[in-house]
Ligand binder design. Structure first.
Ligand SMILES: [Zn+2]
Length: 63
């Protein structure tokens, strides 16, 4: 399984600043880490993942 790391500018829900958000798409979960404050958010693929889809929809690999 190939892992892909993505970076995208976005507003961090933790520190509230526009900063690079590193998106790691792993099997079973997506981890988004803020490069400003270092906060990592884990989104389980079994959940609806609304937060990731709403914020990073165009950065996530399709299919
Ligand atoms: Zn942050």
């Amino acid at each position: 399984m190939e892992l892909r790391d993505l970076e995208k500018m976005g507003r961090c829900p933790n520190c509230g600043k526009e900063a690079i958000q590193v998106i790691e798409a792993k099997p079973g979960e997506t981890v988004v880490t803020c490069m400003n404050c270092g906060a990592a958010r884990h989104y389980d693929d079994a959940d609806e993942g609304v937060g990731v889809q709403a914020t990073f929809d165009d950065a996530l690999p399709k299919g």
